[in-house]
Design a protein around this ligand. Structure first.
Ligand code: NAP
Length: 330
């Protein structure tokens, strides 16, 4: 290197080599739609198996864990890990394995023939196999406080967050199996559960209803809705209203668990992939959908377990099924 005070004129080397336009790669062995734990895990396994793999992550990659705080039940983290940090690590690991990740939203798919076509606003991608890992979103109550106190009292997953609420009173909203199961589970930690349901009849299965109705720690608030969530740094109160009498009651609680169902992200696939009456993908055999070469993994088909670790497990299973499928094709 030339010394700075040498007095010599430093000439910038002119790059006059012909410009080669950058060719964006659009054809892959495997295209994975979605970048939650299932999508990233599928990416890791497909790339390690030697497949040219693309993840189309959507515009907000990371899935539901991006909206959580501490995750204590994902193996490998003795002291727990913050949800967004876990997803950044998964993304980096997936990229290190060689998966291409494009943060673009899929707007349409054509699964009529292989290679399958996956369209974003700006590009048309092709995959010899596709894994749908678009997840599901918990239904929201639609209250302003839900956003304000997300991760500060408001939760959508009792299994994930229950242990953070020891010795506190809590509200659980809903009347289905999830609300009853989660309410019952939360009695392990909470001093009292206020189960708020909009009707006077539960939708949950009889056996689960009976268990909850006989649980002394659960108080049912029938024909009621949560109308406000209050607090300072964290949630401290929930205001509920009886929709028959209009009576409002303020409950001093440390948390609110919303368990009013989930919505799988499957609108894109409606007329091509078999969905059940609630929109979840129906698996035909292992992780295969009704279209040979199109697979599904994670919460987009799993209405029961809905954990990051189970989603990751399904991602691994789908990738192994893809490997078998592509090997048989060649
Ligand atoms: P779900 O059965 O659809 O129940 C949702 C509940 O939330 C209903 O009680 C509904 O009230 C209420 N709700 C819906 N929107 C609401 C709103 N905006 N405000 C207030 N309340 C609202 O959902 P899920 O409980 O999540 O269960 C989903 C599926 O998974 C079901 O098939 C269930 O059997 C299954 N599951 C099974 C288990 C198990 O077997 N261990 C555990 C969990 C889930 P209404 O009743 O008035 O409609």
């Amino acid at each position: 290197m030339m010394a700075a005070d040498s007095g010599a004129t430093v000439l910038e080397k002119k790059d006059d080599s012909p410009k080669i336009p950058e060719i964006k790669k659009t054809k892959f062995d495997v295209v994975i739609i979605g970048a939650g734990p299932s999508g990233y895990t599928a990416g890791i396994y497909c790339s390690r198996a030697g497949y040219d793999t693309l993840i189309l992550s959507g515009i907000l990659p990371g899935g539901q864990l991006v909206n959580t705080t501490e995750v204590e039940n994902y193996p490998g983290f003795e002291k727990g890990v913050m949800g967004p940090d876990l997803m950044i690590e998964m993304r980096k690991q997936t990229q290190r394995m060689g998966t291409t990740i494009v943060d673009d939203e899929v707007v349409n798919v054509d699964f009529r023939n292989s290679p399958f076509k996956i369209l974003t606003d700006s590009e048309e991608y092709e995959g010899r196999a596709v894994i749908i890992a678009t997840g599901a979103n918990p239904r929201k109550l639609g209250l302003e406080g839900e956003q304000t106190f997300a991760g500060k009292g408001v939760s959508y997953c009792a299994t994930c967050d229950g242990p953070f609420f020891r010795n506190q009173e809590l509200i659980v909203v809903g009347g289905g199996d999830s609300a009853i199961e989660e309410g019952t589970f939360l009695t392990k930690f909470a001093t009292k559960i206020h189960l708020v349901h909009r009707r006077s009849e539960l939708r949950a299965s009889k056996i689960m209803q009976e268990r909850a109705l006989n649980n002394e720690k659960i108080e049912f608030h029938w024909d009621s809705e949560v109308i406000d969530i209050k607090g300072d740094q964290k949630m401290q109160q929930g205001v509920i209203k009886n929709i028959k009498t209009n009576e409002e009651t303020t409950l001093d609680v440390g948390g609110l668990f919303v368990a009013i169902g989930h919505e799988p992200n499957t609108k894109l696939f409606k007329n091509q992939i078999d969905l059940d009456d609630e929109g979840y993908i129906v698996l035909k055999n292992k992780t295969h959908t009704n279209i040979e070469g199109v697979f599904a993994a994670g919460d987009v088909h799993d209405r029961i377990y809905r954990q990051a670790i189970t989603a990751a497990g399904f991602g691994c299973m789908a990738a192994i099924d893809v490997d078998k499928y592509l090997t048989e094709q060649s």
